[in-house]
Design a binder for this molecule. Structure first.
Ligand code: CA
Length: 254
């Protein structure tokens, strides 16, 4: 299956720097969004280190069946699911190593949402509150579940989705690269078909723009994913642009 991809990353209206990072590796069919956290521009470092480490690992293991698996193989998930999971755990180590290099990098961390495509299977990996959505048959489905404090409150029925959207702790993630050495990564594999679109995004989009509005923008611009990507960024900025906004759109074609 062919993939067309488009991405936008925007500083937004309130922040001085852009701490998001992304990768579009069409050769490896790897697509990544990372949202860094940490003072003194350390967030920018964390997201960049993570994205580079994931790309490096996936590139090094492409077509190479003799991979050594530093964290072991998980036989409940696909081969490429294992590659992606290992790449993200490897990236976690790289971020942790980097935090020890300079005192002002201490405490820096990053989310990751990544897609590695093999034929008509999209392998998804994520940590934190960057998301992957599927647009298919005119429906928008959030495929990932945020590792965030507010999402835990929603799951346990304490907060409604609407309350979570404006909650002061809405930016608190409960899992990130740069935290613990034994990082848990959520991996899933999904079959995709021509016409499907995957959206990877940082929370600068989803805290500003509702799922209904994301769906409306995709419906209006699905044929032109470049326009759709720009439309999503513009919508987040029109609603305040309180955070960096990064979107990656992948359109699957015959
Ligand atoms: Ca963010």
């Amino acid at each position: 299956m062919k993939i067309r991809c488009e991405a936008r990353s925007d500083v937004g209206r309130k922040r001085k720097g852009n701490e998001d990072a992304l990768a579009l590796d069409e050769e490896q069919r790897l697509f990544v969004v990372a949202d860094g956290m940490g003072g003194h521009a350390a967030g920018e470092v964390a997201s960049k280190v993570a994205v580079d480490a994931i790309e490096d690992f996936v590139r090094l293991t492409g077509g190479n069946e003799e991979i050594t698996w530093p964290f072991g193989l998980d036989d409940s998930i696909s081969y490429d699911g294992n590659r992606l999971k290992t790449a993200i755990r490897h990236a976690n180590r790289k971020v942790l190593e980097a935090t020890r290099e300079r005192s002002d990098y201490e405490g820096m961390a990053t989310t990751v949402a990544a897609v590695l495509v093999d034929g008509d299977v999209a392998n998804l990996g994520h940590v934190g509150d960057s998301r992957v959505y599927l647009w298919s048959g005119g429906q928008l489905v959030q495929l990932t579940s945020d590792h965030s404090w507010v999402n835990e409150q929603i799951q346990s029925g304490v907060l409604s989705a609407e309350q979570a959207r404006s909650h002061p702790l809405r930016n608190v993630v409960t899992r990130a690269l740069g935290g613990r050495p034994d990082l848990l990564v959520d991996i899933q594999s999904r079959r995709v078909k021509p016409g499907d679109v995957l959206l990877l995004c940082s929370d600068g989009l989803t805290t500003m723009v509702t799922d209904d509005d994301i769906a409306r923008i995709l419906r209006e611009s699905a044929a032109d994913i470049g326009a759709a990507a720009q439309g999503l960024v513009d919508a987040a900025n029109e609603r305040g642009g309180e955070d960096n906004i990064t979107v990656v759109l992948l359109a699957f074609e015959e």
